[in-house]
Design a protein. Sequence first.
Lengths: 468, 337
Amino acid sequence: MLTNQDFQGWELLSIFFSVSKTRLRMQALLCAFVFCGSASILAGTVADHDACTSSCTPATSSSDTSPAGQCCCSVLQKAQHSGGSQGHKPQPPVGSCPNKKKTVPDHPSVCGPEKRTCAELAKEDSEYVALGEEAKYEESQQHWDVAQGKYLELVKRARNEQERKSAVEGYTRATNKAKRCTAVSHSCAEQSEFEAIETDARNEETAKRWDLAQSRYLEVLKKARNDDERTHARSGYSRAAEKTGSWWWLWGRYFPPIRWWYTCHLATLVALLILIGILVSPKILGGTGIVGWTGKVLQKIVMPRFSGRARVIAPVGLTANSQAQLFAAQLPHGVEEVRARWRRAGLSFLSGTTSLLSVPSSLADQISSEFPEIKGVNLGKFLAFLFLLSRYFSWRVESQVAFCPGLPSAPNGPTASGRMRSYASLRWGWFTREIIRIAPRASDQNDVDVAAYGVAARILGAAQRSWR
Amino acid sequence: MSLKQKRSLVERIRFSAPESFGLFMDALRELQIYEDEASKSEPDRDRLKSNLEVALESLENCYVSFPSDLLPRYYLGITLAMQNQRDYAEEIWKRQADPQSLVPGNFTPFPRLPWPLLDRAISLFDELSGCGIPELEVSAKFNLAQMYVRRDKNGDLDKAKSLLNSSQQAQKYITTAWEQAGQRFLGIASEALRTAQRTYVEGLARRFQERTLMATVQGRLAMRNSGAGLDSYNLSKVELARVRDEIDGDVEIPVHIRHDLLADSWTKSGRLVYEEAFIEPGATKEETLRQAESDLREALMYKRNWIPAQTYLAQVFQAEGNLPAAAEQLQSILGKH
């Protein structure tokens, strides 16, 4: 590798050769050689020594001592120092490197005529920059010990005063931070864990969850590393233990409102007043009180008006001989019968077998225009969940039917006619709009038409009422 | 009628609960089955009795449970009148079994008994005649007048007369330009238009019935009022005949309503003539009874097995001494034993 001094020597030599005769040339050559070599060695040593001594600290290790005196240069430089007498050649200055003229900075601290290529210099520079970045990164991540090491390395590799100063500052920072963790002879991870448990304990205490606070303080106590921490943890533990040992905390285990009262008076008082209000409201408001009112309001908001169609869910037979399916099939016909009978009443002029006037047709029309459509669907056959869901949130008629045969009025006497007990409810979702209960006379279990008609009439009645 | 008025009317005519509507429809079903059964020549007595009782029970329940509902009250009045009609026929039937009561000296043309069902029906129609719904009020007033005429107690005929005098002419529905355009566009009349036309026809028919009833009332009052003379009575009969002719010639009224009106007119005429037979006893009595019989048969031609006509016809037969014919008519009313 050429150094500045080498370059200057060869330059002089070439100038000499260009201007002298052969003999003179030889003599001059010898003199110039000697002169240049001595000058070069002398200049290199003095310059190196000046540069080192101007920036080095006297407290460097003994191994750093060079023949030229104490120096803090790098190992490489020290080697250069030690090898400087073995014949330094004048080298071109780094600044004159054709490839590194702009990117490689001037390095006045280079000791001795070091033969390094531009690539090596660039690599060294890159490594230094990378190391600096790594140190900063570790510092930002608060990995103080790692950052400390990195900065130390930077100090070692610093190539000028400015870099050294910057590295030393970083090293000092990291050392100071690292001291805080190491001062109590614990690692940072342990410190973090300790602080987390302590914070958690304080939070539990603030929230008055005394049992949890107690266990947390116990944990803090176990992990305490000095007397201060131990005292603090012990006092917290005592406070929590005092509360958890009280009668209300123990009884509160079986009846939590006692604990609520002692932990938060206001909230418990408000809750108590609300509870009393709910309990007393039926007496003041009637019915089911506030709860009932809330339900009604919810029903008003959520439940749509029954104005369209209702579907008949497969009825349930309440007795063994009930013709539930027959009843379901009869129900839509019952609806049609209601319509037809209403129409007939409206269209008749005279009422039945009398000369009295029937209901005016204009009034009959008003009512009949509001009759909904009732369709029979045997839902038992549809098992799809979505279908059931859609049915659940639509108007439907759920019904039960039971035939109760008549009993003889006397032993061996004639049997009285039975009753077809039919129950139906008009429902939407979980709300029940109407409950229908009829028990017309029926000759046998197949005599469902009167019951179906009665249920249908009441469903239609619910529809005309829903328009009010 | 403005939309607001119409809505208010609809609100008032509605049933207050599904159960109310259900009970009402149960009763209506029973009444219609009763009507169908009664129109048979040989109806089932037990079924007739049961139908009417169930209907009355349902309406009574409805009236008690939902007293604000108007239509159940209206039909309760009608059903009470029907039950009274049946009780009346039962009284006539009792005479059949008691020959002594049919002896000319003992025979009274009409059973003079208290009719509590009629009294109740009168009070119901009286309430409804001021219910605030014009259509229902008009019908209730007419039915109230009918009830007064049927009861025919102290001053009932005068009350009926004053009620009938206050009635109004039916007003023809005038279609608006919009409705005419809609009718042209759709090709059919709208529901509202059809209802309005039916209402007009009902109004016309009711007016004929009112005139018929008024003529009957005037005739009966003339018979009882010795000072009124025969002319007044004859004028009533002439009025009855004139109204009948008008009904017959009115093509606006559908046939089935026209038959109802003519049957009612002939029945009232027969009843009037039947009463006349006992006002002017003598040689003309049999002739008058035959006339009454003829009128009542005429009524039954328009409405077969119509109970009012059959009841009076049975009475005429009893007055004539034709007990089998009377029994036949009564069995058709009450059903076969």
